[in-house]
Design a protein around this ligand. Structure first.
Ligand SMILES: C[S@@+](CC[C@H](N)C(=O)[O-])C[C@H]1O[C@@H](n2cnc3c(N)ncnc32)[C@H](O)[C@@H]1O
Length: 207
C-alpha cells in the first residue's frame, strides 16, 4: 500500500490510538519552538493538525502541506480559522508556495517517508525568508536501526508503512549542502530515561 493510502486508512485512529512518538513530538515541538519568534509558517506533513493547533497560537499564518486527504480533512474539521490554509501537496515535488514567504518551516514525523532529503532542504531554503528557521523532529535513527517505524493496527493486523532511514550525519550534511546552519539539536527520551535509546531527534536549522 502506498504511504498516502496508508495515512488515509490510519487517519481515523491517528489522534486516538496509543502513540508515544506522536505525543512526545508534540512536547518536543512546543518546548523547542516556544523559544523562537515567527509569524508565518509552512508545516510539512501537517497531518490531522496536532501541531497546527499550537502553531497558530504563535503565528499569524500557517500553510499546512500534506498529500493525505483524510488526514487533512480531520485537521480542517478541528481548525476553523482563516489563519490556516491546508494545501494538498506531495513534498517530493516542487512546493507550490511563494518563495521567501515563511520565517519558520516545521516537519514532524514526516521525513522518515521521504527518500531524498536534499530536495526537502533545497525547497525549504527557497521558501524561507533570510534568517528563517527550519525545525525538524523525527523518529531517532537509533530507533529506526532497531526496526521501529510508523505502524498502525487494522482488523487484518499491523500495517507498517514504507520508511527511509536518515542517519544524523545525513540530516546535517544535507542541511549544510543547502547552506543551512545548525542552531540546535536535541534527543528526546521516554520518561527521561536517558540510558535508553532516544525516541526522537530534533534539529533547528537557520537559513
Ligand atoms: C506521522 S504523520 C505526522 C503528522 C503531523 N506532523 C504530526 O506530527 O502529528 C506523517 C504525515 O506526513 C504526510 N506525508 C508523508 N509523506 C508525504 C509526502 N511525500 N507529501 C506530503 N505529505 C506526506 C502523511 O500524509 C501524514 O499526514
Amino acid at each position: 500500500m502506498s504511504i498516502k493510502d496508508a495515512y488515509n486508512q490510519w487517519s481515523n485512529q491517528y489522534d486516538t490510538n496509543v502513540n508515544p512518538t506522536r505525543d512526545l513530538d508534540k512536547e518536543a515541538t512546543i518546548q523547542t519552538l516556544s523559544k523562537y519568534n515567527f509569524d508565518s509558517v509552512i508545516e510539512l506533513g501537517s497531518g490531522t493538525g496536532k501541531n497546527t493547533e499550537w502553531l497558530i497560537t504563535k503565528a499569524e499564518k500557517v500553510v499546512g502541506l500534506d498529500f493525505s486527504i483524510e488526514m487533512t480533512n480531520l485537521a480542517k474539521a478541528k481548525i476553523n480559522t482563516s489563519q490556516v490554509y491546508f494545501q494538498h501537496a506531495d513534498l517530493n515535488l516542487k512546493w507550490e508556495i511563494e518563495n521567501e514567504s515563511a520565517n519558520l518551516i516545521t516537519s514532524s514525523l514526516t521525513l522518515e517517508h521521504i527518500q531524498d532529503l536534499n530536495h526537502i532542504f533545497q525547497q525549504a531554503y527557497q521558501k524561507l525568508k533570510p534568517n528563517g528557521f527550519f525545525f525538524i523532529c523525527e523518529l531517532h535513527p537509533f530507533k529506526q536501526y532497531t526496526g521501529s517505524k510508523a505502524r498502525y493496527e487494522t482488523t487484518e493486523g499491523t500495517k507498517e508503512l514504507e520508511v527511509y532511514v536518515h542517519h544524523i550525519s545525513e540530516y546535517i550534511s544535507e542541511a549544510k549542502k543547502s547552506k543551512f546552519n545548525l542552531i540546535e539539536m536535541n534527543e528526546w527520551f521516554d520518561e527521561q530515561v536517558e540510558n535508553e535509546i532516544p525516541r526522537l531527534i530534533s534539529f533547528v536549522f537557520q537559513r
